[in-house]
Design a protein around this ligand. Sequence first.
Ligand SMILES: Cc1ncc(COP(=O)(O)O)c(C=O)c1O
Length: 407
Amino acid sequence: MHDRLAYSGKFMHRLGESKGNEMIYLDNAASTPVFTEVIHDYPAIMKSAFPNASALHQAGAEIRRKLEQASAEFMRTLNINQDGTKIIWTSGGTEANNLAIQGYAQSNNVSELSMVTSTTEHSSCYAPMKRLQNGSAHVSWAKVTPDGKIDLENFSAMLSKKTNLVSICHVQNETGATQELVMIRTLMDKYSPRAKLHVDSIQAFGKIDIPWDAARIDLLSLSSHKIHGPGGVGALVIRDAMVSLKPLIEGGGQQYNLRSGSLDAAGILGFTRAAQIATGKRSEFLNQTTTLNRRLRELLSSLHNRDRILTKVEINSPVDGSPYILNFSLPGYEAAVIMRMLGDQGIIVGTGSACSAESRNPSRILTAMGKNSKISFGAIRVSFGAYNTIGEIEELCSKLQSVLSEY
Ligand SMILES: Cc1ncc(COP(=O)(O)O)c(C=O)c1O
């Protein structure tokens, strides 16, 4: 059993500045608290994993051996057992996504680039795609349905024999909407048989199944701090030599010359340990999270405002999405204000994506799902991690009720 207390009470108190002496953390899609087991092992790892893995001496060779073992172990957590598959360690999910999209684009003649993606990608895919589109690449943006699923008819219409890359976010980070990757690959086989498939599984890894073989994923992006691993580490998994990429970071030629720079061995070993725990306990965590998600949906339906008039909570997350994310709107209330008021009471929730938190524009993702700006401005994201409890969800709703009465 995990040491929940360490996170839900004492630990969070040290982390935050809330007025009370406890903090309830419900913004796990932005970043997760590191697993206690990883924290426990980390000092010893840091003490021993400092030599440079590229150095020719024995100490460097020893780190190289440990990192090779870590890569093999990491592949096991993904159920990948095929020759030629490589892991490129990166600084996080953003770099992995950039390497996949820009690295692929740079290894091809730009005028021949024809890519298909969706309107609800994370900004670390959306921005490089936009940049390529503003160059001379051809980029098509598949629409999503009101529940955030890619509209497969619209997607099919965008595929052609010329399509060379399809890039899809597996679990959408604001809503939890989950894409049918096997169906996407089936359509690609029909209309774009040569196209490679890049999947951003950053919110899926360790939580739901990643159909690496069934969807023949060519490039897979992952991030450590979303699965209770240390921050500043990510990975791009590359199926085989048929997927050609150009490096975005050049230098000493490390990592098959695809990503130069000395490796953060301690971070990679910590990420691998977190991946082992998250995937080993995946069904336990999934069951627990499904229960929390159900309870939250139930409690949200009985919220009311000061005049005791029922506040119609609009749930923006689809029922069949990832249970780890529940996005809802309180129309007429500004999410940023609610978030601050809850924060004052020691409850941390998100408003859409952390990466666009500075933006005062309505959520691009909710807008793409057809939500109006009232809904998009009022959207709050609760995202669960391995340490959350039913008691915390009940506390959130009781505090949310008092916030609505004070608003
Ligand atoms: C779906 C998705 N892709 C990419 C990223 C970027 O990952 P990182 O924070 O590791 O750069 C995130 C982070 O929120 C995400 O949720």
